[in-house]
Design a protein. Sequence first.
Length: 457
Amino acid sequence: MNIVVLSGGTAANALLPAFEAVSNELSFILPISDNGGSTSEILRVLGGPAIGDIRSRIVHLIKDEKLSSLLGFRLSTETTSAKQEWNSIVEGTHQVWNGFESEVKDICRSFLIHTQAEILKKHKSSAPFQFEKASVGNLFLTGVRLFLGSLDASIELSLRVCRCDERTSIIPCINTNHTHHISALLQNGDVITGQSQISHPSRQQVKKSGGCDRLPVLKTQNMSTESLVGPDSSVLLKTQYPSDEPFEDFEDNEEYAYPGYIHPELKLSQLHFDKLDIDVDHLLPAAIKRIFYINPYGEEVLPQGNSRAVAKLKNSDMIIYSVGSLMTSLLPIIILGNIAETMLENEHARKVLLVNNKYDRETFGMDGTQFVQLIAESMNRALNNHKRRRRSHKAESAGAIVPLPWTNFVTDVVYLKYGEIPVDVKFLEQLGIRTFAIESDTFQVDALVATLQSLQP
């Protein structure tokens, strides 16, 4: 079975054995918009896409413990110690190199040295690079990308150097050498700019924006199934842009160069972010209505998804919306117009949503039905934008596009019977979406394998 997993962050890493057990060919499509932590320093000084999620997935696929330790190594949280550690790693004297075969060490050091050279070149035009908390894997992958000039090629070379299974692919949702950021439009009309600012801002940012005593949620009570799949469902899908119209971005590699101007919110350091607890003071001011990509001025853009991702989705037997951040890991993938279109056209594939076991700051108060609703609304909107753009190129009249039923985007929901997030089984089954409960409060590999095997087309 050919499986494509849509995911980001670290949550899905624990489920890798389950995905590997049920697949002949396994592909991960990952977002490239996380601007938090040590990635923020790479973006500030060297530019390029955010690669933290990609590095994390590569590290968890590596079978060689020494390579896994190297690319998973983080420098000290203290400034001077971090710089000294980095220098000793580049020089090849750090203990992390112990036991390495000389040819593998030379390959890895070459790209780390290249990263160091690029950082030194930028020293005159930017504040010094802050090495504290830096991921060696991120710096390695950045060096490979800068040397090869291609994000896709850098991932492939890294997988081969790390001797990962050749049947497994890691694909960035956008193939780019430039930075992409996302924003969140809230139900109250506010806009939060930057993924880190949305999901794990500093406590100072939270205090500045204010908390709320309750997070408004989308309502599904008393909704008829007809209102969700028929012409009247357009009320759920009206697009509200922060600006009049989104800017269009057509080619895989046609992006904005490292900008002279950048949105003020994106200039704030995200190196020392906080994984905030969910309480009254740390909730968003309102529920998230939708996620969208922005240019350096904060205006919406419509980038194209990676053509390699499109090819994998076309030939997949199962597409899995994996656990993790719904808003900032999954949505940045599925709001890409050609990605949404390809998933729609693959009618034989099962499209399986794994519902998280607990809430996060982005989804607090939502239930599993609302997860499905948001996915369907987001992909309907992406299809609408994609078709409208195509029509404008062909000088065709752009009539209204009737929203498609949820079952076009999610065919099955797998949830945890004892997890925090409830699922309205009866409501989803009325829509034609199958539901499967796992008798646990966390996803266990064996139970997930059995469930996914039962879903094979």
